[in-house]
Design a protein. Structure first.
Lengths: 317, 259
């Protein structure tokens, strides 16, 4: 079977869940080959990638890959595309992943598909566009298909493979060294999972009313092991930091479960969460448009319903 | 400083958006066109940089004839002049084709700094700025929540999942901005009147030395195989809270094995 390159997303040396999803997806279409770019590679990372089906692991571990914005990773992948002629390249559809894919497409004169929610035979990608209103099937017609896949599109399933390691040396070009990262600033996120990766997201909106009140959203999220999101109304009001905004101008999430409290559901918000598998809505306004896409809705005061739900979850643990 | 800010006209997300049944491209006539929201933040940032450092702000927009509405809005906000990249041959270009066309136009215009919104609300690929940096061989300073220029040095804060990266480069550079960066101004009446007199140059494929075989639907690197309206989500259960709404919600979550 022909090789499918999967760019590994990693933080502090840990392989991120989306990579396990991409390996699982790649396995259904070819032989997954993980590509590790940057420092932090370890036996633990190798074991994880092999556990989820990586037949091969290409390791480009030079420190300087992580010292510059995006371009070095695109060069590592371009080098492998030229050397190995893979059947396709999968990259996570994160902010950086999409940028890597875009540069790689130009370097390899290949088509690129953004934000797929599934990939089938012939590398035909499924996309959900216009805020979830239209489903599209598309494919690359020139070069090597480069597909960015939205986190949570596939459930990761372990299927141990060889994980044969191969070191890769890539001499970075001068233009790849043009935007230098001089400092990484880590902002407090606590123990919660990352928003775009989380299996469960609990979001609050205008109805939450203040920054302090977000504590009840956080408590529900923590009871479920979920990430916290916020609508634009809430981030614009300064009640919750911008990087947690779910929506058209914020993050797109596609979790197994999305709980929205005090969010009416303008297209601005729906565009960022409509492909969630199960949607629960809590809002005092029965006319809130988000109820139209809810699997379960409670018309009621979120200050009553949310704490009660949290308490009930804790009770059942 | 010579700043070029790229703006795109997109269908209003508040209206129903469609693909055309004939060539499967975006139906730009079905909905009202508006300025892509994040591009307004790009225009604002360009204007602030000009106010701080002097220079000129040029609006660049690729799109059909009616994209002039979007160009006028950016001019009304305070940009000095505009270039409208407009040619039927560009219709249906994918991200690769679009980035080629815009990169060629940028070479023709000349720039110290290019600023874009980080994503459009229609195609939402989030790739264009990175692709322009690749094509122009310029530093990629994307997903910026803060931009500072000093002489020929530029520093940004790039939003990441864990916080942000401080990134440094030298001009000329390509910047894309996120919503957090500023609060775009509204055009004043005076600005709207002045915009009508500002120069808008139209460039076609030949004028910008765009390779005709790199643009347009027929030369795209990808194709839409088929599309359909998403089936409506099966109607769920909506209950009124009678004092046990939280418990009922927990029962639902338990029935789905979330708890």
């Amino acid at each position: 079977m022909s090789e499918i390159l999967v760019l590994v997303e990693h933080v502090d040396g840990d392989v991120k869940k989306v990579t396990l999803e991409l390996l699982t997806l790649a396995r259904s279409l070819g032989a997954p080959a993980a590509v590790w770019a940057g420092p932090g590679y370890s036996d633990a990372a190798k074991a994880k990638l092999a556990e989820y089906g990586a037949e091969k692991i290409y390791v480009a571990a030079a420190d300087e890959i992580a010292d510059y914005v995006v371009a070095p990773k695109a060069e590592v992948l371009a080098h492998l595309v030229a050397e190995r002629s893979p059947a396709a390249v999968f990259v996570a559809a994160t902010g950086e992943g999409k940028e890597i894919a875009g540069r790689l497409a130009i370097k390899t004169d290949s088509g690129v598909i953004s934000d797929a929610v599934g990939v089938g035979e012939g590398f035909i990608a499924e996309q959900s566009i216009f805020g979830g209103g239209v489903n599209v099937r598309s494919r690359v017609t020139k070069g090597t298909p480069i597909i960015t896949v939205r986190p949570n599109s596939t459930a990761p399933v372990a299927a141990p493979a060889a994980g044969a390691e191969e070191k890769v040396e890539v001499a970075l070009s001068d233009s790849a060294r043009a935007a230098k990262i001089v400092e990484r600033v880590v902002q407090e996120k606590g123990a919660r999972p990352e928003l775009t990766e989380a299996a469960i997201v609990v979001s609050g909106g205008r109805g939450v009313g203040s920054g302090e009140n977000f504590a009840i959203i956080e408590k529900l999220a923590d009871a479920l092991g979920a990430a916290v999101g916020a609508s634009r109304a809430a981030t614009d009001a300064g009640w919750y930091p911008h990087q947690f905004q779910v929506g058209q101008t914020g993050k797109t999430v596609s979790p197994q479960l999305y709980i929205a409290a005090g969010i009416s559901g303008a297209i601005q918000h729906r565009a960022g969460m409509q492909t969630s598998k199960t949607i629960v809505v809590i809002n005092k306004d029965p006319e809130a448009p988000l109820f139209e896409i809810a699997d379960f809705g409670v018309v009621g005061d979120l200050f009553q319903v949310v704490p009660q739900l949290t308490e009930e979850i804790e009770k059942r643990k | 400083m010579n700043i070029v800010v790229c703006v795109k006209q997109v269908p209003d997300t508040a209206t129903e958006r469609k693909l055309r049944s004939d060539d499967k491209t975006l139906d730009r006539d079905a909905a009202d066109g508006v300025v892509n929201e994040l591009d307004e933040y790009a225009v604002e940032e360009a204007l602030r940089l000009k106010e701080a450092h002097g220079g000129e702000v040029t609006v660049l927009s690729m799109g059909p004839a009616k994209a002039t509405e979007t160009i006028r809005k950016a001019l009304a906000m305070g940009a000095d002049k505009a270039v409208h990249l407009h040619d039927d041959a560009l219709h249906g270009s994918d991200a690769l084709g679009t980035s080629h066309a815009i990169a060629q136009a940028l070479k023709k215009i000349g720039f110290d700094l290019v600023i874009l919104g980080s994503e459009s609300t229609d195609a939402r690929t989030g790739m264009l700025a990175a692709m322009l940096a690749e094509r122009l061989g310029a530093p990629q300073l994307t997903l910026a929540s803060k931009v500072e220029v000093e002489g020929t040095s530029i520093r940004i804060e790039r939003v990441t999942d864990y916080g942000y990266d401080k990134v440094e480069a030298s001009l000329p550079a390509v910047v894309s901005v996120v919503e957090k960066i500023n609060e775009p101004r509204y055009p004043s009446f005076k600005g709207i009147m002045a915009a009508k007199k500002k120069p808008v140059e139209t460039l076609g494929v030949a004028d910008a030395e765009i390779s005709a075989d790199q643009v347009g639907l027929a030369n795209s690197w990808s194709e839409v195989v088929e599309f359909a309206a998403a089936p409506p989500r099966a109607a769920g259960t909506v209950i009124k809270d009678e004092g046990d709404g939280g418990v009922k919600a927990a029962e639902f979550l338990a029935s789905k094995k979330f708890i």
